[in-house]
Design a protein around this ligand. Structure first.
Ligand code: F6R
Length: 261
């Protein structure tokens, strides 16, 4: 695992965007796994900026989002479909047919989930999976106790996650109780994972994921088993890491060409 600590969220986001841009330049038909949430907002803003100012090309790119609320149609402004349209899809040259999200209104849920898995496979698998982390260590909406081998399926959100996601809803009670989410087994099949975490509230989950045991109680800890997993943190999110100094040294001692994207 590579743990990269940046002075603030802005610097970390700029670096994350450069990593994504590098992939798209090296592989114009790359398959991206995408996350939603507050952490990713600046990343999408920066990718839009790179598209507008530097011609970053999304025309050959395919995307798969991690999750969607059960019961919210794609047109609902609180859905992750809407989030992605607003913050990325409508602002870059990504084709509609290649932007995939789970259907929160699917009647046959197991079938919709199996089809999503099949679509990822048909696209050749995910090159780079962008991830955030919940304060209790979830990735996607795989809450603590999710099987580390799980596939795309329906999950029940914890009350904590529902509270943390209440901002988009006028009343916290309106946050759906269920979501469709890629499984942990699905996520770790990506050829590379990039987890972004900012702010003190994430520090315990980050430390548990990086320095604690691999356990279903901290789903992000599964990344310890991944051959190409990067954590991109600001100082606050890194503040509970015992080995923060070591991670800084490793990054700073890398030759310039390995730190440039
Ligand atoms: C959302 C997702 C979640 C979020 C996590 C952090 O698609 O997969 O795992 O990344 O809940 O959310 P924020 O960034 O809002 O703190």
């Amino acid at each position: 695992m590579e743990v990269i600590i940046q002075p603030d969220a802005g610097a970390a986001t700029t670096l994350a965007a450069r990593m994504v841009a590098r992939l798209l330049r090296d592989k114009p038909d790359a398959v991206l796994g995408l996350a939603t949430g507050n952490t990713q907002l600046e990343l999408y803003r920066e990718l839009v900026r790179l598209h507008q100012r530097e011609g970053l090309d999304f025309s050959g790119v395919t995307t798969f989002n991690l999750d969607e609320y059960v019961g919210l149609p794609a047109e609902d402004p609180r859905s992750y479909h809407a989030y992605m349209r607003t913050h990325l899809f409508d602002r870059v040259n990504l084709s509609d047919e290649r932007a995939h999200l789970l259907d929160g209104t699917a009647q046959d849920v197991p079938r919709a989930c199996a089809e999503y898995e099949a679509a990822i496979e048909a696209a050749g698998g995910i090159d780079l999976q962008i991830l955030g982390i919940g304060v209790e260590g979830h990735i996607g909406f795989n809450e603590a106790s999710s099987s580390l081998g799980s596939r795309t399926r329906i999950k029940t959100l914890t009350e904590r996650t529902r509270r943390d996601n209440a901002a988009a809803f006028s009343d916290a009670e309106l946050v759906p109780r269920h979501v469709l989410t890629m499984g942990i087994g699905t996520i770790v099949e990506a050829r590379a994972c990039l987890l972004l975490a900012f702010g003190e509230a994430k520090s315990q989950a980050v430390a548990a994921a990086i320095e604690g045991p691999i356990t279903a109680m901290v789903p992000a800890s599964v990344l310890q088993m991944h051959p190409v997993a990067r954590f991109l943190l600001d100082e606050a999110a890194a503040s509970a890491l015992e080995r923060a100094d070591y991670f800084r040294t490793v990054w700073e001692e890398k030759p310039e060409w390995q730190r440039e994207f």
